[in-house]
Write a protein that binds this ligand. Structure first.
Ligand SMILES: [Zn+2]
Length: 414
């Protein structure tokens, strides 16, 4: 297999030695680097690196690329997206600019239900075409791995359609790691109006086992919130997931605190996502458990709601994760560098902490940190080569600006 030798790298950041799978094993602020380095890639993997002062003599015919002083970070990992959807929702955004709240828009038939109507009406190929454009956009900005949720179908056929689109994207873009989360429990569909219990029962007892059998699901998720789903529904999903061996991710504490963080942690959930509303017992529960807190500052920015307490969670030694929550209603932005800036400016993380939260910890929350999320020997060669950096803080400092860079995913430049 051909080996690619990359010389003259100014600095490599986000390095891990074997076995380190998330950044509270050392500390979230630990961002290991080497300067004036070379690195070698064989096939999909990083195989060796070292200092330019000790650059090896290369066998003839070795492929060489001169990085001209560019700095390297691991490709971003986005652990929370609603990337597959049809159409956009600018109209409700302008209604919000005039003063309507997210809840008022939902009550008048907008919000999630607007996207449900759009996705139900879309055929597979148009849904795939729309989603592919977003995926290529996010990939060009350095995201190498991402999770994609269903949840705009809320009936068996449309949820299946969404998950098949995610499956098709994963097959089409093998250089990325694309994981599928079933969010059929995003809202109660009109067909079950007033009977959320019956809907949750149908989803957990009948639909999810079928989708697992078809290989369409890596994780399951539920929107725990006043007016959506409650603690009993969360329990039903946790039972179902434990029976089927699925990881659980939970939308929780976005608008209200209802005790679902503790319930999710006690039930062995993999992640609790959002946490904009946060109280002492939530912190105590997270400290005792092994559930990842996933923070979504883009959603707070776009909705104008409070930000999750990133600094508090990091100081408590928790493996803080940051994702985009990309979706057409509450976070319609794909740019990971803006998320990085918001993580510093609004969640209170230092640049190196925010980078860890968007790479290694995000990968750990998706159970893929053994192969991606950091620069390590034997790990996938998914890295960004960035020019013009003076400090790591240069990245979030130019907020939302995508720096000049080349993106390598699984050993190949895209
Ligand atoms: Zn979400």
């Amino acid at each position: 297999m051909n080996r690619l030798h990359i010389s003259n790298i100014g600095r490599i950041g986000g390095i891990t030695s074997e076995g380190v799978r998330m950044r509270n094993e050392v500390h979230i602020s630990e961002w290991s680097t080497i300067e004036d380095a070379w690195i070698q890639v064989e096939g999909q993997y990083v195989v060796e690196w070292g200092s330019m002062a000790e650059e090896p003599i290369l066998p003839p015919n070795t492929e060489i690329w001169d990085a001209h002083g560019a700095w390297v970070i691991p490709a971003f990992v986005d652990p929370h997206t609603h990337l597959v959807h049809s159409g956009t929702r600018e109209q409700e955004w302008t209604a919000r600019l005039k003063g309507a709240t997210y809840q008022e828009i939902a009550a008048s038939g907008g919000g999630i239900m607007q996207s449900v109507r759009n996705v139900r009406a879309a055929d597979v190929s148009s849904l795939l075409d729309e989603s592919r454009i977003r995926l290529e956009t996010i990939r060009s900005m350095g995201v190498g791995s991402l999770e994609i949720k269903s949840g705009y179908g809320l009936d068996f056929d449309t949820e299946s359609k969404m998950m098949r689109v995610t499956q098709a994207l994963a097959a089409e873009y093998p250089e990325m790691n694309i994981l599928s989360t079933c969010l059929a429990l995003h809202a109660t569909p009109p067909e079950y109006a007033g009977d959320a219990d019956a809907y949750v029962k149908r989803v957990t007892q009948e639909w999810i086992p079928i989708w697992v059998g078809e290989g369409l699901i890596d994780f399951v998720d539920i929107f725990c919130e006043q007016g959506y789903f409650g603690l009993d529904h969360l329990d039903m999903l946790l039972d179902c997931a434990n029976r089927l061996g699925l990881g659980v991710r939970v939308h929780v504490n976005q608008f209200s605190v209802m005790g679902a963080v503790k319930r999710a942690v006690d039930g062995g959930a993999l992640s609790v996502d959002h946490l904009e509303e946060f109280e002492g017992p939530d912190l105590e529960a997270l400290k005792k458990g092994a559930t990842f807190p996933v923070l979504l500052p883009g959603c707070s920015f776009f909705l104008g709601i409070p930000y999750a307490p990133g600094r508090l969670l990091a100081d408590a030694g928790l493996p803080v994760v940051v994702g985009s929550d990309y979706n057409p209603g509450s976070s319609p932005g794909l740019n990971p560098f803006l998320t990085l800036s918001l993580s510093c400016l609004k969640l209170g993380l230092m640049p190196e902490e925010a980078l860890n939260a968007m790479t290694l910890n995000a990968a750990a929350s998706l159970n893929i940190s053994d192969r991606t999320g950091s620069v390590g020997i034997g790990k996938e060669a998914s890295m960004l080569f960035i020019s013009g950096l003076r400090e790591w803080s240069t990245l979030p400092y130019h907020f939302g600006q995508v720096p000049p860079m080349r993106v390598m995913l699984k050993g190949r430049f895209i």
